[in-house]
Design a protein around this ligand. Sequence first.
Ligand SMILES: [Zn+2]
Length: 54
Amino acid sequence: MPECPVCSAPIELDSDTVEGELIECPDCGTELEVTGVDPFTLAEAPQEEEDWGQ
Ligand SMILES: [Zn+2]
């Protein structure tokens, strides 16, 4: 079971989780990105600010 890279809490992922999926750590609430699925690896999701300008 992968661990949250921020608080080290174990994260349970569905078997159909796909790479690039964004999840939220149930323990610390940090948004995490699935960076790999074999085995599951997690990274803190980039906190990008969207540019909404046209
Ligand atoms: Zn966490």
